[in-house]
Structures are given as C-alpha cells and as structure tokens.
Design a protein. Structure first.
Length: 450
C-alpha cells in the first residue's frame, strides 16, 4: 500500500474473485504496534466483502456505501473480476448536491418493502428533474435504470432465498430479461411487467427436474415485482408463462418460427419481444440471443408483415393537420392518447427500420441516430423524428406527474387545452414527420406508394 500509494487493498481467492479488503483504517486499528509482520492477511482483513458492478448507477453505489458505513468499495465486472475501486468521498464529490438529496429519497433497505418505497420515491425524483428542465428522455432512462436495478435486486433476493431452502441453487445458468419500454430505456412512471428467462441449454431428460425450479423463481419474482409496484402484465408477458421462459436453443427455435410464419398473433409477440435487455445474469445468453434475433429478423417478408400490423398504430393527425381526439365515452373523451397515437407509431416504425438494417440497439433515439449514421435516414428525418420523440415524451411525462399530483389515475391521455399554441404546433410538426417517415418505410417494404 505504501509503495503504490494506495489506501486499500482487495484480497482475492485462487480464482481471482474478490473476498475481502484491507484499508488504512484496518492497518491503524488492527495491525500497527499490535501484530507482527508475519501475521496472515485473513486475521485483519474485512470480510465478507461488499462490491458494486461497473455498470451500476452511481446513486446505488453511494447509497450502498453510506448504508454500510463503508469508505471503500471494489468495483467488479459481469464476471466478478475486480476492475477498480470507489472511494466514498470521491463519489460524493462527483455527485451534485441535488443528486445527493435524490439518493436519500431513493435509498431504502434491500427488501421488497424497501424497494416498494424506492419505487414510490421515483415520482418525486422525476418531479425534481422535470422542474430543473432535464430532457424527458434522460428522465426516462433514469427511471428505466432504477426499475431494472430493482428487478435485478428482487431476482437476487429470490435466488438467495431459494438457495437457502429445499429448492437449492439455480440448476443451470440463466439471464432475466425485460422487454418493451424497460428494454428500450423509455419507461414512464408506472410500467407494468414485461419479463422473461433465457436459460442455458440442458438435456431434455432433465426438464422435469429443472423447469419447476424456474417456475418457482418466476412466481416469486413476479409476485415481488407486483408488490413493489410493477403490476402484472395483462397480456401475460412474464416468465411465469412458458412462452417467455426458454433455453437459448428453444428461444432460437421459437424466433425462427415467428419470423417464418408472420401471422397476426405471432407478430404481436415478436413486436413485444424485440426490445429486450438483460437485468440479471452474466448477459452472455442474452447477447447470444440478441445476435440471433438481429440476423433472423431481417427477412423482408417478416418485416413487411410487421409493418402491416403496425399500420393500426397511426398518429392522431387528420385532414388539414387537425389533431384527432379520443372519441370513446369516458373520462378521456376529447383528449389525445399520446402513447397509442404518438410514441407507438414512431417507436414501431423505427424498430422495423432498425431490424431491416441489422441494428441491435433497442433505444428509439439511438436507433434513429444509427439509421442516420448509416445514411438510411436523411438529416431532416433524423432531426424531426428525434425532436418529435423528445417533445411527445416531455408532454406525456409532464401529464403523468400532473395526474399523480392531482390524485388521478396516471395514464397516457393529454388534454389539448393544457398545451400552449407552440406545443400544439410542435406536436403537429412531429406527427407530420412521423406520418411522412412511415409512408416512406411502407413504400420501401411493400412497394406501395399510397
């Protein structure tokens, strides 16, 4: 430590995995003037060791160190290898004061009840960020990361409890994936559950032994997520459904059937599935699946059929650039459904265009950027579509915060009376750009001009 001017040293086992730490405080309190120089390291090291992943959020790292009264924490990669270290004073120096206050709001115990409070506190954080004019996509990305982080921690909690029970440890390696808005990093305040399992291959003869373990995990995980505040998916897109719980080989086979068949139900399943990211596990199975999907989904026939299905999601813009309002009787009559007739038409069209070019990125804005970089989208299209997404996302998030503050059900409808003339004009320009791009995409995929 003296020679390399370090204030801590991580102790690893024979495989290189971190198991303990020795800090300056350990040296001062336990070693100096009390212990001989030939004392084994394990007599003074601090164990068990708490670590943080290199892809984790800074707020989570700071919260973990503050809860554990830790001044140092090793940083590990997805394989558990040490890649660096965090010092609490440096981490706090990097975080703005506002972020520190947000950490206090979001920090709760590593229990289901604690995560329930974290979920509820997200609204306050989103409100603060909106108040400070942080762009809506950045707030969505933060909400998505926090949601996915909670999902990971719930899975870890469930796995630990099962390992310590008669169920034992996981029988094979696996990844947990989230799909839809969580996979794209585009969540709003209250997304429901869209999750699945990708399992390592195992012999068919062991299915009756292995599958019950993952059924049990899926039931525990989805129940805990529901308790925290992620409602059960009404379409049953959850790991409790065997359609979304498969080995990597079974996933490939299922996707192969989807892209080869191209019927209505299958296309809807594929549309839900394609925006996925791993939230638990090493991620190698998910990366394998992403590579397969990216290549398999490029079939022109499949993309044409997907576009035809997607045509039912059109922007709310009628003749003479008139905004089309919801006509169904009820509390939302006369309002704009900015999800169904705003983001969905844009997200769906950009997804199809990205799949056609073999773009693996799930984020809508990053897909737009990559299409533009590959000269598959003009400068104007990139500018207008990115602007349209940001504007619609801002209007939707602002409305959801208003609904929450008023004690109303948080939804996707916005009253045009709440929009300024400039906001309406921007919305119309965005809708026009989306319509134009969808029309060009249709011509490209189907050969139909009108």
């Amino acid at each position: 430590m003296r020679n390399v001017k370090a204030d801590s040293v991580v102790i690893v086992d024979a495989t290189g995995a971190p198991v303990a730490i020795i800090t300056e405080q350990d040296v001062v309190r336990k070693l100096a003037f009390r212990t001989s120089g030939d004392t084994p390291v394990d007599k003074i090291m601090t164990a068990p060791l708490q670590t943080i992943r290199d892809d984790d959020l800074l707020y989570h790292a700071i919260a973990k160190m503050r809860r554990g009264r830790l001044r140092h924490m090793p940083v590990v990669d997805a394989h558990g290898g040490v890649v660096g270290g965090l010092q609490l004073h440096n981490a706090l120096a990097m975080a703005a004061q506002q972020m520190v206050s947000q950490i206090e709001i979001l920090t709760h115990s590593e229990t289901v009840d604690g995560m329930k409070h974290t979920k509820q506190a997200q609204v306050e954080v989103a409100k603060q960020l909106c108040r400070d004019a942080v762009p809506a996509p950045e707030i969505q990305a933060l909400l998505s990361r926090i949601n996915n982080d909670m999902c990971r921690r719930i899975v870890e909690l469930c796995v630990r409890r099962m390992t310590d029970s008669e169920w034992g440890p996981p029988p094979v390696d696996f990844d947990v994936i989230v799909m839809g808005s969580g996979g794209r990093g585009e969540s709003y305040l209250y997304p429901d559950q869209d999750n699945g399992f990708v399992l390592a291959d195992y012999p068919d003869a062991l299915h009756a032994e292995i599958d019950p373990w993952f059924i049990q995990l899926a039931e525990r995980m989805t129940a805990a997520l529901n308790q925290v505040g992620f409602e059960y998916c009404k379409g049953n897109v959850m790991a409790t459904n065997p359609l979304w719980r498969k080995t990597i080989s079974q996933w490939r086979e299922q996707i192969g059937r989807w892209v080869g068949k191209g019927s209505g139900t299958v296309l809807r399943l594929a549309d839900i599935f394609f925006d996925f990211v791993p939230v638990y596990g090493a991620g190698e199975l998910t990366a394998d699946l992403r590579a397969y999907v990216t290549e398999a989904a490029r079939r022109p026939f499949f993309l044409r059929e997907m576009y035809k299905l997607d045509e039912e999601h059109e922007v709310a813009l009628g003749p003479f650039n008139r905004l089309l309002l919801d006509k169904l009787e009820g509390p939302n009559k006369g309002k704009l459904n900015l999800k169904l007739t705003g983001t969905l038409p844009l997200v769906g069209a950009v997804r199809i265009a990205a799949l056609a070019r073999g773009i693996a990125e799930p984020s809508t804005l990053k897909r737009i950027s990559e299409l533009h970089e590959r000269a598959k989208m003009t400068d104007d299209e990139q500018d207008y579509l990115s602007g349209a997404y940001r504007h619609i996302a801002n209007l939707l998030l602002r409305q959801q915060l208003r609904d929450f503050g008023a004690g109303n059900a948080v939804g996707n409808h916005v009253s045009i009376d709440m929009l300024s003339k400039r906001e309406r004009d921007m919305l119309i320009d965005g809708f026009k750009a989306i319509k134009h791009y969808r029309s060009r995409l249709r011509s490209e995929l189907t050969g139909q001009v009108f």
